[in-house]
Each structure stands twice: as C-alpha cells, then as structure tokens.
Design a protein. Structure first.
Length: 599
C-alpha cells in the first residue's frame, strides 16, 4: 500500500543521461534524499538500457549509504537500510516516442489527433490530412520515409461519411510502413475515428499493421474525447515500442508501475499540480534540441513540442526563426552581426560548452528569450478548439472558434509559470531565470513564477500514478524553487508617465508606497513562503486585470527573487534606437540585480 512506502527509487532514462533519485519517508514526510546519474546505454557499444540504470543506482547507493542492488537485482521490499519499496521509471531514450498522425480535416480531426499524441508524450513527426494539398503519392512516400514508432489515424464524426478516412487508410496500406525499432513486429496503428468505418479499416489495414481500435477522438463535431486514445498510446508504447528498445524488456520487469514517456510524465505532474492547487499554469522545458510547453487552463491540458527550438543542437534554428533583430533587441551592448552568428554556430557544434564570459551568457539568455517566445506562440496556435472533453458548444460556435483560431491560453488568467531546462534551472542568478520567463511570456496581472531545481519532474510524474501524495509533497518541497511574483500592466504610454501606483504591506508590517513610471521595472525583496498584501492603481491608459484605471488588491508570494513590478507595457516597449535600448536594458538589469558584477 502507498502509505507503507518508506523508500522509493525513480529513474528517467534520457537520450544522453539516466537520472536516478531516492525518496525516503522521514518523520512522516516524503523528501528527496539523493540524486545520481550515469550515461544512458541504449546505443552501441552497450545496447542495453539497464546498464545505465544500474550505474545511476550505484551512485545513489554510494551517496545515500543504502544498499539497493543485489548484483543486478533491485532489492524489494525495503528492510531497514537495505532495498526499496517501489521502483518506477520514465524514458525518452532512443529519441522518445515518435508518432505520425493522420486525420480527415487538418483544422479539426487532424488537429485533435495531434493534441492527443502530444498530450501522450509523443513527438509528432508529421500530420497527414485529406485536405493538406499533398498528392497521394507524396503522402505514401512520406509515410515510408519517416519510420515512426506508432501511427494514430482519426477522422470523421460517428455516423458521418467514411470515404476520407478509408482513403487515408489506403495510403497507409500502400506505404506498407515499417517501425523505427525492431524488424520482427508490425507497426502499431491506433484507429480513433468514425466507428462506422471500423470494419473497412480492419479490411484494409488488418494484415499490414498491428491495428488497435479505440473510441473516436471527435465522436461529434462539438465534442473532443482524447482520453481513450491517449491511454492506448501509453499501453502500446510499453507493449511494442519499449519492448523493442535494447534492454527494455528487462527494465519493464523491474518497475512497480508502467514506464511512461518522459514528457507524458511531466505533463501528468503539471495536471496533478494544477488540480490540487486549483490554478491555471504554464510550464516549459527548454532543452538542447527541443522546447516543450505544457499548459493547464480551466482543467484542460495541452502540450506542444517545438522540435527546432533548443539551446545547443538547435540554437541556430532559434536565430533563423526569430531573426537577428529580435535576438539583438535583448543584448545590453552592441555586437556585430558576424560575431553573433559565429558565437551561435560555435555553440551548435560544441553543444556541451557553457558561457565563459558575461557577454556569452547574455547572448545565450537573449536567444533563450526568443526560443521561449516562439515556443509559446506555437503552443497558443495548437491549444485551441474544444474546451475540454465532452464539453459541448453549438456548431456555429465551433466553426467560429476554428475560424478565429481562439486559443485557450489566457495570460490574464494565468496563475503560475514553471520553468525547467539548463538555461533556466542553472542560470547563475535566479533573477536571470525569472526575467527571461517574464520577457518571453509577458504575463499579465499577478503571476507566480518558479523553476525546477534539478529536473525531477518526470520521476515525480510517474510516481504520482502510484503515490500522488509523495509526488506532490516532494515537488513542493524539493523540486520547485519559488522565484516570486510578477505584477504587470497592459497598455502603452509616454516616457516618464506614471503607469501605476502601489502599496505593499510586508510581513513585518512595513509599508512600501511608490509610483512606477511607464517603461520601468522595480523589485521588492520577499522571502520564500512569505506573503505580502498589495494594492495597485493603474492610470487611465493601463490595466492590471480588472479594467483600465481600476485598482486591484491581492496577495503576492515571495521567493528567491521576490516581487517584480513591471511597468514596461504589453508588448514590452523596447526602444528602437540602439543607445536608448542598451540604456533601457541596463536599467532593467540593475533594477532586479541581474548581473551585479557586470552591466
């Protein structure tokens, strides 16, 4: 039983590193004890993922003094300082879960299927649709070339026409697709479309793929039903994909819960935290090659993968997509274009290097702002459509929303931003991480920010399926580092014009009163787990969340940085003139103590 768990071991088998954590129950509380890591061994010369797992566990043994292994066996259950009560794991080794999606209408069923696959922790390699304007031969060739781990085929409402879904199935059959891993098994394909087409789909695809049929993703136009297909993706990930990866058959026999794709575990933890706290949240994991964005708004979960936005392998793509001007606008100094391009290319070809000078750090953090901004834009574009499973709207509302591209991401309603990834979690100063997220996401009103300390969200996500209390407690106490609160106004004004007046009552009773001019930042110290009362009244042209010129009152929480008051407008008003912009950036840096020994 979960209440009887005293020692929990969790691993995350990443593409390069396998990370292990040990959680122990002490004085009635679950806390992180130690963390170990080792290179992942899914590729040659080892070709056995369990070697890296055992090496990471051995480091945990050495650091904790607890005996966990008996040879190559995890001792369970625990007896005193020997063994553990539970072992769980996640994995993105071997490139993670790669899925190809097909749907009838690109903006509707195909988009629903894409949301389904992304929410299940997949990398979506391509989205095929009957109306995507690619000729049939090109679709067939694309399916052949990609070699995904799994196919997800959707399309058509129940009782509607079956011809388009059948046409897609025929393209798949003609392509005779092969899985990425293994040669002795058929490619798994999940059919989650019009139930009236099931027999025809079986007839066309039955001998070509490992066909699995589940409930329709869009049973009627006004409903989206992603849960059953997501669960099936997880099951097939374990049964087929993981079973083919080197060493995973053995690893599966060790775990006390199904292995989950790393992003799916992170997403599950985000959903759990949002539900338990009753908040709307935005989470981001910015890595070397990709940036994942997670959101939970009004209980609706979405995830996107920006596969071309990262801080090492994909850093040149950030420059290409953002443009030189957008990167340059965050640099508090003048830099020649060729110099900037050379620095970025050096990072791409030497991805493990870290900045050696303040200028190098500022260049990387400027690029991170743009990667985060672009990833959020991509997330907003996909987090649209129906507002939850089985939540109905009229057909006219559905079509209007599709046409308008209405997004679920409402920054006025955003309560919490969680940042993860090296550039955020390991920034030399916490204020740098906080300002990067504020500059990139430009939150509105009152928003709380935090970072993941050592990237243990995947471990806690899979643990939450077995022991939610332990997972959320460790998340709050050991994983999340509170940065503080941002209060930001929307609107634009002239230089020196008052944006808003504020009164902050600190926990010790001290009262801070001031007026913040447009275009300025101010920071107030407020410690972790401390709360202060704030009253702020914007001038006529500005809005803090309840209407232009209207006063707001509320609580702000502290953290490693404290409270940042942001009067720079939305979008942030950066000067066009280089000298003025450099002065601006240096003033903002000084206001929040970004680089105390530099500019």
């Amino acid at each position: 039983m979960p209440s009887e768990l005293h020692a929990i071991l969790a691993t995350d088998c990443g593409s390069t590193t396998t990370k292990a954590i040990l959680i122990e129950r002490r004085s009635g509380e679950y806390r992180l004890s130690v963390r170990g890591e080792a290179p992942t061994t899914v590729e040659a010369p080892f070709e056995d993922v369990t070697r890296g797992v055992l090496n990471a566990i051995q480091e945990v043994e050495e650091l904790s003094g607890r005996t966990i292994l008996d040879g190559e066996r995890i001792i369970t259950p625990a007896q005193g300082r020997r063994g553990v009560d539970l072992y769980v794991s996640t994995s993105s080794a071997g490139g993670g879960l790669q899925v190809m999606v097909a749907g009838v209408v690109k903006q509707m069923t195909a988009e629903s299927a894409q949301r389904c696959a992304l929410g299940a922790g997949a990398i979506v390699m391509d989205v095929l649709a009957s109306n995507d304007e690619r000729p049939g031969w090109e679709k067939i060739e694309r399916i052949r070339q990609l070699r995904p781990d799994m196919l997800l085929l959707s399309g058509g409402t129940d009782g509607g026409t079956i011809s388009h879904g059948v046409e897609l199935a025929e393209y798949i059959a003609a392509a005779n697709p092969r899985p990425r891993l293994g040669t002795g098994y058929q490619l798994p394909l999940i059919y989650a479309g019009n139930r009236d087409a099931r027999e025809k789909i079986k007839e066309i695809l039955g001998g070509k793929v490992a066909l699995s049929i589940t409930e329709n993703i869009r049973p009627v136009l006004e409903q989206e039903n992603l849960g059953p297909a997501r669960h099936r993706i997880h099951e097939l990930f374990l049964e087929h994909v993981m079973a083919q990866a080197p060493g995973y058959r053995k690893l599966i026999t060790w775990t006390g819960a199904p292995i989950m794709p790393t992003p799916a575990a992170v997403g599950l933890l985000m959903e759990t935290v949002a539900r338990k706290r009753g908040v709307n949240l935005l989470g981001v994991d910015i890595g070397g090659a990709t940036t994942d964005v997670f959101s939970v708004f009004e209980g609706v979960f979405n995830r996107t993968v920006s596969a071309n936005l990262g801080m090492s392998y994909s850093i040149s793509n950030v420059l290409a997509e953002a443009g030189l001007e957008h990167v340059n606008r965050w640099l508090p100094f003048e830099m020649e274009e060729q110099d900037l391009r050379n620095r970025i290319k050096n990072k791409m070809i030497r991805p493990t290097t870290i900045p050696q000078t303040l200028e190098d750090l500022q260049v990387e953090q400027a690029l991170a702002r743009e990667a985060l901004r672009l990833a959020l834009e991509q997330h907003k574009a996909l987090a649209v459509g129906l507002k939850g499973v089985h939540r109905e709207r009229s057909i006219s509302e559905a079509l209007m929303q599709e046409a308008a591209g209405e997004t679920l991401i409402d920054l006025w309603k955003l309560d919490l931003i969680i940042g993860s990834g090296g550039i955020l979690s390991h920034a030399p100063r916490r204020a740098q991480a906080m300002l990067m997220m504020i500059d990139a996401f430009q939150p509105l009103g009152i928003t709380y920010l935090a970072v993941d300390s050592i990237f243990m969200m995947p471990h806690l996500g899979v643990l939450s399926t077995v022991h939610e209390e332990a997972a959320t407690f460790v998340f709050d106490k050991d994983c999340l580092i509170p940065l503080g609160t941002c209060l930001a106004a929307a609107g634009a004004g002239g230089s020196g014009e008052v944006c808003f007046e504020f009164t902050v009552t600190l926990p010790n009773g001290e009262v801070v009163k001031d007026a913040l001019p447009f275009g300025e930042l101010k920071s107030l110290p407020l410690g972790e787990r401390e709360e202060a009362l704030i009253e702020a009244t914007p001038t006529r042209g500005f809005d803090l969340g309840v209407g232009k010129g209207r006063k707001i009152e509320g609580k702000v929480q502290g953290g490693a940085v404290g409270v940042i008051l942001d009067a720079r407008g939305r979008p942030i008003a950066l000067a066009k003139d280089l000298k003025m912009r450099v002065d601006q950036l240096r003033r903002w840096a000084k206001a929040v103590d970004l680089y105390p020994d530099g500019s």
